[in-house]
Write a protein that binds this ligand. Structure first.
Ligand code: F6R
Length: 591
């Protein structure tokens, strides 16, 4: 995780890097630091805390060149000492690094025995190796030699005190983009860091290094061959990353979902015909099994996708947790097809599986919100979920967008004409109605905010939404929340129910309506506080939130809004930092 940003050019580099780090803060936010040039010297400022905490130290500071870092601690606790940038022993080189060096202890012993290390980070090894090799080689060679020794992942920016007109950069596995602007060059972990300062960009390939000056840049591969950059235009606008009138990004992103569905329909339908590449459809039709690989919320979206591929296309489908699949490869069928779900397109666990399956030449598709990401570039096929930039760490609109795109893909692969398009329009309207009644979720939040545990229960699709509901609630409210298939309660978890334990049942499916209600009643008989989120046709007047009816296989898209709002309001009542919950980061680039 962590975000890195660098700038060299005519604008004030201190401002560019500080503002850019704010946009990258979703990648980690436990400490922050920046290095810039002043009177041909390098000034370093660091803080334990947020990017905003650096503001007083950077007031009225001006520079042509700067590098900065916002950290999610891996090696060494989050404190000022471990915050980046880090310096080499003679202070000649200054580095910021995103990633993990797995063999740093070995390198320390083999190459850097006489060196002093101030922090507990693996990063100091990199900068000192560059310094060591630069004693006998050019900087370019020293960096290439260093890269050849590093195992793990890295995206690094380096300043050389002897030449403060340029930034050295190099990467493997961690993302790094170079932005080309009228006034200078920006380097950033993601595209949002470039917005406002670059009209074009280059996404660096793995094992690339280069040098950026204010008006030019050079790329090389690890053996020093010059590379031709693949230049693309920056498509993200500043308005996309603006909070607008909302107090929180999460609330804004929850509200964006009805409109988002309509724009996904515009992208994936031409009239009533689904617009998905035929080559992809044919490939999927030929497979004997679909393997869905993802983490967290994206994995829960994948569970809905499994339902669509099995029910609509009759293709057996299994959902895998990426971090498990890496180390225990299951029996693979004769003609498998892999689908990787990832909002960021950078999640290390998912990427690792993707690389493994790529080596075996299995056909693959990535469904992502970031088609220019590492996954987007590695895969055979890529479908954009068109959710728009998601900034709050807790994913909301990406989850529903993944489900919508999966339903459209399944419809295309099945070749069966359905009224999916009009049904999805119905979902968009239903979502709006839920949002218009959001105070009901505030009411539920008030009832659960002081409890130690919360349980979500449901069956089938409703259970999959429960999993997402429990994840959302625990990650931003910090209340212990679990989801259970309602029938499983009596096999153990019901022992956890005591007086006033909140149990939230989701009931939107005809076949399981009655039985889930009975399971909820069993908990209420043991003292639980019961809440019911039900679809109109299946509701009882006393239910807590009666959501509008939509096609039964799309109802999770509507109940998702309810569970997202419950989590949001509970965290709000607890005064938590909703958009940046503790210990988490938006882009999980470490395994
Ligand atoms: C939870 C959340 C995470 C992510 C997970 C995978 O709100 O956002 O569980 O879903 O870290 O991330 P992506 O989708 O970027 O691969």
């Amino acid at each position: 995780m962590c975000g890195i940003l660098g700038y060299v050019g005519l604008d004030n580099a201190v401002d560019v890097v500080h503002k850019g780090l704010e946009k990258l803060e979703y990648r980690g936010y436990d400490s922050v630091g920046i290095a810039y040039q002043q009177n041909m010297k390098v000034v370093i400022q660091k803080e334990k805390g947020r990017v905003i905490d650096l503001a007083p130290l950077l007031k009225n500071k001006n520079s042509n060149i700067a590098i900065g870092h916002t950290r999610w601690a891996t090696h060494g606790e989050p404190n000022k000492l471990n915050a980046h940038p880090h310096c080499s022993n003679t202070n000649r080189f200054i580095i910021v690094h995103n990633g993990i060096i797995e063999n740093y202890q070995k390198l320390k012993v083999e190459y850097l025995s006489g060196y002093d290390f101030i922090s507990q980070t693996d990063t100091e090894i990199i900068v000192n190796l560059v310094e060591l090799f630069s004693l006998t080689m050019s900087i370019n060679e020293a960096i290439r030699k260093t890269m050849s020794l590093l195992e793990g992942s890295y995206a690094c920016l380096i300043l050389d005190k002897k030449n403060l007109n340029c930034i050295y950069f190099f990467k493997d596995k961690s993302p790094l983009l170079l932005g080309i602007g009228k006034n200078g060059i920006t380097l950033s972990s993601d595209i949002t860091g470039l917005v406002g300062y670059a009209e074009q960009y280059v996404a660096l390939e793995d094992k690339t290094f280069g040098i950026a000056y204010a008006n030019r840049f050079y790329f090389y591969d690890i053996i020093g061959l010059k590379l031709e950059p693949n230049i693309k235009s920056v498509q993200v606008s500043s308005s996309e990353i603006d909070k607008k009138t909302f107090t929180h990004y999460m609330l804004k992103e929850i509200h964006e979902q009805p409109l988002m569905i309509r724009s996904i329909l515009q992208k994936y339908f031409i009239g009533d015909e689904v617009n998905i590449p035929l080559k992809l459809i044919n490939k999927m039709r030929k497979c004997d099994k679909i393997n869905i690989v993802a983490c967290g919320t994206s994995m829960y979206a994948g569970m809905m996708a499994k339902y669509y591929f099995e029910k609509l296309c009759s293709i057996p489908t299994e959902v895998f947790c990426a971090s498990e699949l890496i180390y225990s490869t299951p029996l693979i069928s004769k003609r498998p097809f892999f689908i990787f779900y990832s909002q960021s397109g950078e999640t290390a666990d998912v990427l690792a599986v993707m690389k493994k399956m790529k080596k075996q030449k299995f056909p693959m598709l990535c469904i992502t919100n970031n088609t220019e990401s590492s996954m987007g570039r590695l895969t055979d096929f890529c479908l954009d979920i068109y959710a728009g930039k998601e900034i709050a760490v807790a994913s909301t609109k990406a989850y529903t967008a993944m489900i919508v795109v999966s339903s459209i893909l399944a419809r295309a692969v099945s070749g069966v004409r359905t009224n999916l398009k009009s049904n999805l329009k119905g979902v968009s309207l239903a979502m709006e109605k839920v949002l218009n009644n959001k105070e009901i979720c505030l009411g539920i939040a008030k009832d659960i905010v002081n409890e130690k545990d919360v349980f979500y229960i449901g069956r089938g699709m409703d259970y999959w939404v429960c999993l997402e509901g429990a994840l959302k609630l625990k990650e931003i409210s910090y209340i212990h929340t679990e989801a259970f298939p309602s029938g499983e309660l009596k096999h153990g978890p019901i022992a956890l129910i005591h007086k006033d334990t909140p149990v939230i049942a989701i009931i939107t499916q005809e076949g399981t309506n009655r039985i889930t209600r009975s399971n909820l009643t069993e908990t209420i008989s043991r003292g639980a506080k019961g809440f019911v989120i039900s679809s109109k046709g299946l509701s009882l007047p006393e239910d807590t939130f009666i959501i509008p009816n939509v096609a039964h296989y799309l109802s999770p898209l509507v109940s998702a809004i309810v569970i997202q709002l419950i989590a949001f309001y509970t965290a709000l009542l607890k005064n938590n930092d909703i958009d940046k919950p503790k210990n988490l980061a938006k882009c999980v680039t470490v395994e």
